[in-house]
Design a protein around this ligand. Sequence first.
Ligand SMILES: NC(=O)c1ccc[n+]([C@@H]2O[C@H](COP(=O)([O-])OP(=O)(O)OC[C@H]3O[C@@H](n4cnc5c(N)ncnc54)[C@H](OP(=O)(O)O)[C@@H]3O)[C@@H](O)[C@H]2O)c1
Length: 244
Amino acid sequence: MKLIVAGSTGFVATEVIRQALSNPAITSIKALARRPTDVPQNSGPGADVSKLKSVVCDNFEEYPESVKQELAGADACIWLIAITPSQISKMTFLEARKICLDYTVKGLETMTPVASTPFRFLYTSGANSERDATKKPWVLGDFCLMRGECETAVLDFAAKSQGKVQPCIAKPGLIDAPGKTGPLMSVVQMIGRSIIGLPKVQRSEVAATLLHQAVNGIEKETLFNEDLVRIGGTALAGSGKTGE
Ligand SMILES: NC(=O)c1ccc[n+]([C@@H]2O[C@H](COP(=O)([O-])OP(=O)(O)OC[C@H]3O[C@@H](n4cnc5c(N)ncnc54)[C@H](OP(=O)(O)O)[C@@H]3O)[C@@H](O)[C@H]2O)c1
């Protein structure tokens, strides 16, 4: 199958690509980002790096024709372009909304007509993102509602696609990875997470879940943190790998 990884230079995408390189069911990986994507470190001996092609797009509001051609014929897209809460202070809310919402909808509009049928579209949101505008979370309320709006936009687009787009919304809590945080920061994060009730998942589990759903079909439209731990853990165990 042909897979697009959008936002391929990011934290989660790097692990998605690392695992995808060793997955024989995936024959082509188009790594879509605003700058070149490198082959992930520790790809492993079973990795077929010839499957990976870096596709640089300098305008996510209007895709150049050359980029559209690279994306044609995809069976699935794992969409990971977004602004995380830690980056929100570096830009206006409108800019963050454009990157999170407008880019995603434009991505769907651009890829769907040239994709295979069905086209699986996996959108990674967050555990605290809220689709119901009357239930504004007390922490990062506007941001969480905006990300909930993105989830709704993906589901609405799929609903209008007459079965072509098969959507999946992944809602991880805090995503951890080996070496991501030092001991002190881990304690601070644990306290913060317990106050706002944010669960935790390993990056390898998130990546394994997204790839499993892209290749084998979507189990359910919304995957919560516990689903990512369960599906990802089972997929990693089945592949003989337990993590990064
Ligand atoms: N990390 C976590 O703990 C966590 C927890 C829950 C949910 N999530 C969700 O998981 C998804 C991926 O998160 P992540 O941690 O992998 O994020 P990340 O490392 O910040 O990667 C984000 C990707 O989006 C791209 N991007 C950002 N701004 C852009 C712009 N203006 N134009 C084009 N591309 C842009 C980045 O490109 P550059 O590399 O060029 O900046 C990168 O490829 C997000 O939806 C996030 O909300 C993450």
